[in-house]
Ligand binder design. Structure first.
Ligand SMILES: *Cc1c(COP(=O)(O)O)cnc(C)c1O
Length: 675
């Protein structure tokens, strides 16, 4: 295997360690070259460790919480130690994916304190300027929450090294203002320290801002400092080789270097329909062979007769519209939603003129009984007389199997409980292979759907109960299948090709090939998160005096913030103006002990609906028009545009501003106008 032990200066195998209570945990270091990227693995299974500790890196999931905290100490603390102390790398930016690695913040802070002899607060600011945190799921299991005694056990010798009390340390993993009896949340630790934070689709960014709103109690939840970078797939790893050959012929040479540029995908239009269709059918035949083999084997193991098995697998039909559903069987993904109305789906699948078959694949978490029951239920349904040979389920879903599915079915079904799907990358794998998405407007599809590249299920409604949501979504699914998906697929000409279907396939590839690639994703991470942090480090954070100055500025600001006063100047209540016009608004801000350079004064306005909800909120920075330095009074104005008719409301607020402040909302300071 292309993996080697890392050697130290003396040519010996490198072994590093982290401190555990009353002992050290030793870790052997392995290196893998992934292209030009080095991947390091930490391995506790060496003789220097006791039997229990040897298992720390044995498996990712399955241990108890103590195993989990040990693993996260290895990842976060030993990880930083390896990079900085042993490999002598100086990462400008650390990127945490989920909170599992969030202890790295503490290790970075500890190292800065030790090396530069600065306070915890100053070291924390520097750590913030070096860290990005990405949250990947709105499901609670995405964030480990450790009981405080466990944190105490592993960190009580550590917090003095940060210069923190027990309470201040434990509060790093908690929302502000709560009692000290909740657990230590790794996601919150990451959110509090990371300079930049993001979700993994536009919708998931919004969901995460609400979900974690309490981390910044003074800031409106929808303005939490969490942005988004939509996930993408490694296109060339997921594109079927035969399709890649076809794309090579019709796209520009070396298109692989330009994947994220939308325009290169336009040329997909030039592929003759028959050519694209023939490659697709080949993929489908390959998939159906896999389904046959896998189903025969599984049913044989369960004692079905040769005749029964033959009858089932002989019905698989490469001409039939084939729907695929494959993912982890987490319950929020609602694998069995399509069986909500068995009568109706029976009708849909069994139309002899326009047959439909469904292929499921999935895996449930070993501890997820409900997920396992879903698989059992699908098997049972597939054995009902009306569904035999129409519904198939493949066991042991993995990447290899996924390749067959995402390129071999006609339609990729995804029906998660909105808005629980953070991104859902399998649909992106399907679409670049010309497989049409048929999905809830959740995760990436909420932004990827263009009305001409696939179909949606349900709408953006919120529901009072899961039952109501399941009912509405399943009805929508049946209707779209009956009225759109099936008729479009079967609108075949005498060559067996549906022009409308091919158009969808091409639109699907063209509209998603670039935007939902890892190439585009990495450009976004680089431009929007990594480079801004690098620039800040280069410009300011590399110099301790700057950081110390910024830190005392923050202290002053926190002390004096309460004294800010905003006064309205001209009263525009109850005036009437025509839509499309601009009005000028003004306010006076009193800033005792705060430099006017260090605030942004904003007008916050929107349309007020009958129910009191404010719609289409705009937040516009105002212009400093005049000032009275002696009285510390500043006069700000702004023009606001009322684009449509109706009732508008506006108000003013002050937000902090500093060139070293990564996001204004990070400080959790905002001052609204008070009467
Ligand atoms: C892509 C992929 C996933 C992720 O799929 P989702 O759409 O996010 O559910 C899971 N498992 C395998 C094997 C995959 O290839």
């Amino acid at each position: 295997m292309p993996i080697n032990p890392v050697k130290d200066d003396k040519g010996e195998e490198l072994v590093i360690f982290v401190k555990f209570p009353k002992r050290r945990l030793y870790l052997k270091v392995w290196e893998i070259n992934v292209g030009r990227v080095k991947l390091y693995l930490l391995d506790s299974d060496i003789e220097k460790n006791n039997a229990e500790d040897r298992d720390v890196t044995l498996r990712l999931y399955g241990g108890d919480q103590e195993m989990r905290i040990r693993q996260e100490i290895v990842l976060g603390q030993a990880g930083v130690d390896l990079l900085t102390k042993y490999l002598k790398l100086e990462p400008t930016v650390y990127h945490m994916n989920e909170g599992h690695s969030a202890f790295l913040n503490l290790e970075i802070i500890k190292n800065i304190i030790k090396e530069k002899q600065v306070s915890f607060e100053v070291a924390k600011d520097i750590a913030s300027s070096k860290t990005v945190f990405t949250t990947h799921t709105p499901v609670p299991a995405g964030n480990d929450i450790f009981p405080l005694p466990l944190v105490e056990k592993y960190f009580k010798d550590f917090w003095p090294r940060l210069g923190l009390s027990r309470e201040d340390f434990l509060r790093l993993g908690m929302k502000p203002g709560i009692d000290l009896d909740e657990g230590f949340n790794m996601g919150i630790l990451a959110l509090k320290i990371a300079g930049k934070k993001n979700g993994v689709s536009k919708l998931h960014g919004a969901v995460s801002r609400e979900l974690f709103g309490e981390v910044w109690p003074n800031i409106a939840a929808n303005e939490s400092p969490i942005e988004y970078v939509t996930n993408g797939i490694h296109t060339c790893s997921w594109l079927a080789p035969k399709l890649k050959e076809l794309y090579n012929k019709y796209l520009i040479p070396y298109w692989q270097d330009n994947i994220h540029h939308d325009h290169i995908w336009e040329k997909i239009k030039n592929i003759p329909d028959e050519k694209l269709w023939n490659v697709h059918v080949d993929q489908k035949v390959k998939l159906l062979k896999l389904v046959k083999d896998s189903t025969s084997e599984r049913l044989r193991r369960s004692g079905y007769s040769y005749e029964e098995i033959s009858e089932i697998i002989s019905k698989l039909d490469p001409q039939a519209l084939t729907i695929g559903f494959a993912r982890r069987f987490a319950t929020y993904k609602r694998a069995t939603l399509i069986f909500k109305d068995l009568e109706r789906i029976t009708q849909i699948l069994n139309n002899s003129e326009r047959p439909v078959q469904i292929i499921f694949a999935g895996k449930a978490h070993p501890a997820d009984k409900e997920g396992q029951d879903l698989i059992k239920y699908i098997h049972e349904v597939s054995m009902m007389p009306q569904f035999k040979g129409k519904i198939f389920i493949l066991e042991n879903y993995n990447i290899a199997m996924s390749r067959y599915l995402i390129s071999g079915v006609d339609v990729w079904l995804n029906n998660p409980r909105r808005p629980m799907e953070a991104s859902g990358t399998s649909g992106q794998k399907a679409s670049v292979n010309g497989v049409i998405n048929f999905s809830i407007l959740d995760g990436w599809w909420a932004e990827g759907y263009t009305q001409t590249n696939g179909w949606t299920i349900g709408n953006n409604s919120e529901y009072d109960s899961y039952e109501a949501q399941d009912m509405a979504d399943s009805q929508s699914m049946y209707r779209t299948l009956e009225e759109k998906v099936i008729p479009t697929y079967y609108a075949k000409d005498r060559n067996g090709i549906s022009k409308k279907w091919l158009e969808l396939m091409k639109n699907s590839i063209i509209t998603t090939g670039g935007k939902y690639s890892t190439a585009r994703m990495l450009v976004d991470y680089t431009n929007n998160l990594y480079v801004p942090l690098c620039n800040l480090t280069k410009k300011y954070y590399g110099d301790l005096d700057n950081v110390a100055g910024y830190n005392s500025w923050k202290k002053d600001l926190f002390m004096n913030w309460k004294d800010i006063k905003i006064n309205q100047v001209n009263n525009l209540d109850n005036i009437t103006i025509d839509a499309g016009n601009q009005i000028e608004v003004a306010c006076e801000v009193e800033l005792p002990n705060i430099n006017v350079e260090n605030v942004t004064v904003e007008v916050y306005y929107g349309k007020i609906l009958e129910n009191g909800v404010v719609e289409n909120v705009s937040i516009t920075p105002m212009k400093l028009e005049d000032q009275d330095e002696e009285k510390k009074k500043y006069y700000f104005t702004s023009k606001i545009e009322l684009t449509t008719g109706g009732n508008y409301g506006y108000t003013f607020r002050v937000m902090p501003k500093h060139e070293m402040l990564l996001e204004p909302a990070n400080l959790d300071l905002v001052k609204w106008i008070t009467k």
